[in-house]
Design a binder for this molecule. Structure first.
Ligand code: PGA
Length: 263
C-alpha cells in the first residue's frame, strides 16, 4: 500500500519569522513521532533554515516551494536544488499553478526543474490541474495529458517512482470550492492510468498522487479515502496548526480504512 503524504504549502506566509517558527513548533509537537502518514511542511525559502533546526528530531519532512533548474550561477533571486538539500529540504514543490499561471512557468521548465531535483535526491511534488474554463469546456483530461507528458518527459520508470504528483484543480485552490471525491478520484484514476501506460503498472501502483485545492479538516477524510488519492497538498488550512493536524489525523484514519483495519 502507498503511504499517504500530507504536505503543507505555506506559500508567502506567515509574515514573520516568529510566526513561522511558532507554526512549525506547533506542528512538530502535534505530530510527535507518528509516522503512519508522511508529513511535510513547505515554508517560504527565507524561513527554511530556521524551520529545519526547529524540526530536528521529528519525522516531519521539509520542502521548498520552488527552485531553479540550473545548478549555480548568475540567476538573481533564484535557488538551486543543491541549496535546498544543503539547508535540510527533503522535498520541493514544482509547477504549482500559482507559478504556472502567475509566473509563466511552462511544462518544459517544470521538466528541467524535475530533473535537477531528482539529480540531488530531492523528492519533487509536481503539480497538475485544469482551470475552471478547461473543466467547463470538457478539456480536463486533455490538459492533464499535456501537463503529464510535458512535465514528466524523459523519465525512466525508476525515476518516476521517486516523483510525487499533486492533482490540484486550479478552480479549487484557495477558493473554498473543493472537487467532489468523485471528481477528484476520476482525475486521479486517469493520471494513474496514464502512468501505467507510460511506465508500467508496477510504477503506477507505486507513485503517490496527492489531491490539492481547499482541503480542510471537514472534507479531508472523504477525499483521502478514495482509492487513488494518496495524500493532500494543503494551502490555507496548513497555516493553522490545529487544522493541519486534523487533516493529518484524517490521513491516519484513511490509511487504516485502506489497509482494511477498523481501529
Ligand atoms: P488551498 O491551496 O488549500 O489554499 O486551496 C492548495 C495549494 O495551492 O497547494
Amino acid at each position: 500500500m502507498r503511504a499517504l503524504l500530507i504536505a503543507g504549502n505555506w506559500k508567502m506566509n506567515p509574515a514573520t519569522v516568529a510566526a513561522a517558527a511558532g507554526l512549525a513548533r506547533a506542528v512538530k509537537a502535534g505530530v510527535g513521532q507518528e509516522t503512519t502518514v508522511h508529513i511535510v511542511v513547505c515554508p517560504a525559502s527565507v524561513h527554511l533554515s530556521l524551520i529545519d533546526q526547529i524540526l530536528e528530531g521529528s519525522p516531519l519532512g521539509l520542502g521548498g516551494q520552488n527552485m531553479h533548474w540550473k545548478t549555480e550561477g548568475a540567476y538573481t533571486g533564484e535557488l538551486s536544488a543543491a541549496m535546498l538539500v544543503d539547508i535540510g529540504c527533503t522535498h520541493v514543490i514544482l509547477g504549482h499553478s500559482e507559478r504556472r499561471h502567475g509566473m509563466g512557468e511552462t511544462d518544459r521548465m517544470v521538466n528541467d526543474k524535475l530533473m535537477a531535483a531528482l539529480g540531488v535526491g530531492l523528492i519533487p511534488i509536481v503539480c497538475l490541474g485544469e482551470t475552471k474554463d478547461e473543466r467547463l469546456g470538457d478539456r480536463t483530461e486533455a490538459v492533464l495529458l499535456t501537463q503529464l507528458s510535458g512535465s514528466l518527459a524523459g523519465l525512466e520508470p525508476e525515476a518516476m517512482a521517486r516523483v510525487v504528483l499533486a492533482y490540484e484543480p486550479v478552480w479549487a485552490i484557495g477558493t473554498g470550492l473543493t472537487a467532489s471525491p468523485e471528481q477528484a478520484q476520476a482525475a486521479h484514476a486517469f493520471i494513474r492510468g496514464w502512468l501505467a501506460q507510460q511506465f508500467g503498472q508496477a510504477t503506477a501502483d507505486h507513485v503517490v498522487v496527492q489531491y490539492g485545492g481547499s482541503v480542510k479538516p471537514d472534507n479531508a477524510l472523504e477525499l483521502l479515502s478514495c482509492p487513488d488519492i494518496d495524500g493532500a497538498l494543503v494551502g490555507g488550512a496548513s497555516l493553522k496548526a490545529a487544522d493541519f493536524l486534523a487533516i493529518t489525523e484524517c490521513g491516519r484514519q484513511a490509511a487504516r480504512r485502506k489497509s482494511g483495519k477498523t481501529h
